[in-house]
Ligand binder design. Structure first.
Ligand code: PEP
Ligand code: MG
Length: 325
């Protein structure tokens, strides 16, 4: 199997009916980076910067952060990197930062909420990222955005950093794209506003599932109670994909769901054209895509979602469909 996937490295990810799918890799540590070339991923679709902070013994200074981000960019050459700003709090704790005592950490002070409330932290990260990206193309996205207003506030911070850099003669990125993670369900009802503001969107299906169904993603008692292949989740995902098409902005999905062949099948059927996943998922997903008729799958999933037969999950139907084809 592994050998077979390795052979697919240079095969373009195009479905049997000619639909091109962007396959990207998730990363978060420097030792993930060699896998980009090994797997033939088009880019790093999600770089989880918090991992660099979690393995440090103190909050990294701007110069250290800049050097780290630069080494990420250098390691992948011409391929783009989408850096996600610090996604701490909830399940991700920095040993050197006081943790607030919260009854519901997943619903608490985390990710962009900390970034906006303690602007010094996010500002230092943005400064380091923008310095590292000086003269090159760069993408930055914000985690746990719950409203268009939060995205505006984060974007304004980037704008102030860029102004400061220009004033001091620092080279700014030659092409900067700013995006948001779609992982808090409130954004589903701000899709138009988000698609007008953001250069791209990236669905965090792990958290979107958690918040859509009110199931703790790390609590084994409930984590498997609902299926991402449920009609509710698939309709939510379709809403996001459709907004991207309406406004002509790229929409990626970077949660674990996209790294499962059956999940990727459903996502392509719903209109997703970019998926970002762990290195080990790229081969199996590409192998599935090469045999997929995207238009036929779209019609099939469309019919299933229109039927409202009350099925908790479309997994049995989709598995049978995948086996037939
Ligand atoms: C997600 O929520 O799906 C995601 C990609 O981010 P993380 O797993 O780091 O929360
Ligand atoms: Mg998330």
């Amino acid at each position: 199997r592994q050998e077979q996937y390795r052979k697919l490295r240079d095969v373009p990810p195009v479905t049997a009916d000619g639909v091109e799918i962007g396959l990207h890799m998730n990363a978060g540590l420097l030792l993930d980076l060699p896998h980009v070339a090994e797997t033939g991923a088009a880019s790093i679709g999600l770089f989880r910067t918090e991992l660099l902070f979690m393995v440090a013994s103190r909050f990294p200074r701007i110069e250290q952060q800049t050097a780290l981000y630069r080494s990420v960019l250098d390691a992948v050459g011409d391929r783009p990197v989408t850096f996600r700003t610090l996604d701490i709090g909830g399940d991700k704790v920095l040993p050197y930062m006081a943790r607030p005592d919260e009854p519901n950490p997943a619903l608490g002070w985390r990710a962009i909420r900390i970034g906006l409330d303690r602007p010094g932290l996010l500002r230092s990260q943005l400064r380091a990222l923008l310095r590292a990206g000086g003269g090159r193309a760069m993408r930055i996205m914000f985690p746990m955005i719950a409203s268009a207003a939060e995205f505006d506030a984060a974007k304004a911070m980037v704008g102030r950093e860029l102004d400061g850099m220009a004033r001091h003669g620092h080279p700014v990125p030659s092409d900067l794209k700013l995006g948001a993670m779609v992982e808090v369900p409130s954004l589903l009802w701000e899709m138009d506003a988000m698609a007008r503001r953001a250069d791209f969107l990236s669905v965090g299906s792990n958290d979107l599932m958690q918040y859509l169904f009110a199931v703790d993603r790390d609590n084994k008692r409930v984590a498997t109670r609902f299926d991402p292949l449920s009609p509710a989740m698939l309709r939510a995902l379709r809403t996001i994909a459709e907004a991207g098409h309406r406004y002509g902005i790229p929409v990626t999905l970077c949660g674990e769901f996209g790294g499962k062949p059956i999940g990727a099948l459903a996502l392509v059927a719903l209109g997703f054209r970019n998926l970002s996943m762990s290195a080990s998922s790229l081969g199996p997903v590409k192998a599935m895509l090469l045999g997929l008729d995207a238009a036929d799958a779209a019609a099939y999933v469309g019919d299933l979602l229109a039927s409202e037969d009350g099925a908790a999950s479309l997994r049995p139907a989709l598995t049978a469909y995948a086996e037939r084809h």
